[in-house]
Design a protein around this ligand. Structure first.
Ligand code: NDP
Length: 328
């Protein structure tokens, strides 16, 4: 089967040559192991940070090894009594068409009411990220105004919809008219500001007439500055991501004075460190998706070999919704 390994670390922007496609033999299973045929690979912004050899919350991706990544697929061979051939599972099998697991990190999936791919999006890690930041850090009350950046994306789209369900005014920030139209008309946000339209500060002011009570920050830089300038006293900020600075761009330092004057609280978080809350969050998200109350959109590229270009596109905002690679 085919796999993609990290061939070299990026110098500035990621380039296709940072990856290498390899053909590897399907290994024989040991007792307790399963063989999985991956159907979808999830591409996520965090992978860009792992490609660098710097101090972070997780160890860097090793050179010459299969790129890290979340996958959903099907058991095709089993020497583990807990898994049968045909079972659908979610795991971290990486950028590869197949993989072997001892079962410890595999989650069995029920695809009766929820499509398999959604377990990598709204009912998976990105959905949980939205749920965690909103319910544990922002804790918005009914009637409050919340702002989320990268609003049309895998995480942002869930943040706004969950906030609406809690009676908030949900305002998105996204790049381009198409994404903003989608955020308002399809996802039901109250407003969406196109940060590429040239009047971010003024447009955000119009969209948040009562100021901002809580922010879910995915982008950083100028986008974050615009939200900070609109914060109400005792506002809360869930610092989830700073994608504007991932791919080699220098990241401006944000205005810290406002934290004093507006008595703000900001907390960064890593969703995988809060596994205790996943069952609760995923239950809510799963029910919402199964009943059509949580909408999502996917950008799907075809075949493992397309993953590097799709990933580079994700880092440039070319995706529209959750970025996936279809492997079968
Ligand atoms: P998305 O589906 O939102 O895709 C990324 C989007 O970022 C792009 O589509 C683009 O949308 C937007 N973006 C904004 N500014 C830039 C820029 N300067 N360059 C490139 N893209 C930009 O991705 P996810 O929903 O998976 O992730 C969103 C954020 O959440 C990321 O920052 C990620 O790191 C973070 N995250 C954090 C986790 C945690 O545990 N803390 C877990 C999971 C995700 P647009 O066209 O609108 O600009």
């Amino acid at each position: 089967y085919k796999r993609l390994v990290l061939a070299s670390r990026p110098q500035g922007e990621v380039v296709p040559e940072n990856f290498r496609l390899e053909e590897v033999a399907v290994p024989a299973l040991n007792e307790g192991e399963v063989l999985i045929r991956n159907h979808y690979l999830s591409l996520d912004p965090y992978m860009r940070m792992r490609m660098e050899d710097v101090k972070s919350y997780a160890a860097p991706q090793a050179l010459g090894e299969t790129m890290i990544g979340g996958t959903v697929g099907e058991i095709v061979e089993s020497k583990n009594p807990k898994f049968a051939i045909g079972d659908k599972v979610q795991g971290m099998m990486g950028w590869a068409e197949m993989g072997v697991s001892d079962g410890t990190l595999l989650r069995k999936l029920d695809t009766t009411h929820i499509p398999l791919s959604a377990y990598l999006g709204s009912v998976g890690m990105p959905g949980m990220t939205a749920w965690y930041g909103l319910t544990q850090i922002m804790q918005p009350k009914e009637g409050e105004t919340i702002v989320v950046s990268a609003a049309s994306g895998a995480v942002g789209s869930v943040v706004g919809q969950l906030a609406k369900q809690r009676g908030c005014r949900a305002v998105g920030i996204a790049g381009g008219k198409d994404k903003c139209d989608y955020v308002v008309n399809e996802l039901g946000f109250d407003a969406c500001v196109d940060y590429k339209a040239g009047n971010l500060v003024g447009d955000l002011e119009k969209a948040t007439p009562k100021g901002i009570d809580a922010v879910f920050e995915n982008v950083g830089g100028k986008v974050f500055d615009a939200s900070l300038a609109r914060m109400n006293p005792f506002g809360r900020i869930a610092l989830c991501g700073m994608i504007a600075g991932y791919d080699g761009e220098p990241m401006p330092i944000n205005n810290a004075r406002v934290f004093l004057t507006m008595r703000l609280t900001m907390r960064g978080f890593i969703v995988s460190e809060h596994m205790d809350l996943w069952p609760q969050g995923l239950k809510e998200l799963g029910t919402l998706v199964a009943t059509g109350k949580l909408k999502f959109r996917e950008s799907v590229s075809d075949g493992l070999a397309s993953a590097p270009d799709a990933f580079i596109g994700l880092l440039k905002g070319k995706n529209f919704g959750k970025q996936l690679v279809k492997l079968i």
